[in-house]
Design a protein around this ligand. Structure first.
Ligand code: ZN
Length: 180
């Protein structure tokens, strides 16, 4: 199965979200009707009072200008829901890329560096070799002088075999074979 189901389903979700948002903001215009801008009661037959205001018989709001009676009813809650649905649709369309590249590809390099743990020897395979040399050959020993230390280091180094090196430095990203 290719990625097309994600594109179709995500695209339709995106379209539905955008449609819902647009309809919530623009779908209920006055179109000649006079409505209370607070409770949306039909004020078509309500007379203008002596002070120039129109009083809503439903909720009691006093509306001073005819322009306010022609307000578009905007349903912000539904519009925000539509935006969320649209974002979810983009997420579905983008999911195959995300799956192929990993979520961290979405982050700027600067943020990635800040997110790294302060001590991450596994990111530098040679650090595991130093740790292994210390653990197996060099630590918990007293050295008489510089030459003794140098001999111990040289001996530890010469005990290394290609196999041991490979096994000690095997991090997932050095042994992983990309499926290209
Ligand atoms: Zn009202």
């Amino acid at each position: 199965m290719g990625d097309w189901p994600y594109w179709v389903f995500g695209g339709l979700t995106l379209l539905a979200g955008v449609t819902l948002a647009a309809w919530s903001i623009l779908g209920d215009r006055s179109r000649g009707r006079l409505r209370c801008p607070r409770c949306w009661y039909d004020m078509g037959g309500v007379p203008v009072e002596s002070d120039g205001r129109t009083r809503c018989p439903e909720c009691g709001a006093a509306i001073a200008s005819a322009r306010r009676l022609r307000r578009t009813r905007r349903r912000w809650g539904r519009a925000i829901a539509g935006v969320f649905v649209a974002v979810a649709g983009v997420g579905v369309v983008d999911y195959p890329n995300l799956r192929a590249g990993g979520w961290h590809q979405r982050l700027p390099t600067t943020a990635l560096i800040l997110l790294l743990p302060p001590y991450s020897p596994e990111l530098n395979p040679i650090e595991r070799l130093w740790a292994s040399l210390r653990a197996h050959f060099l630590s918990n020993r007293a050295y008489d002088d510089y030459d003794h230390l140098l001999d111990a280091g040289a001996e530890a180094w010469q005990r290394l075999t290609p196999q041991r090196l490979r096994s000690v430095c095997a991090c997932s990203y050095t042994t992983h074979k990309p499926k290209v």
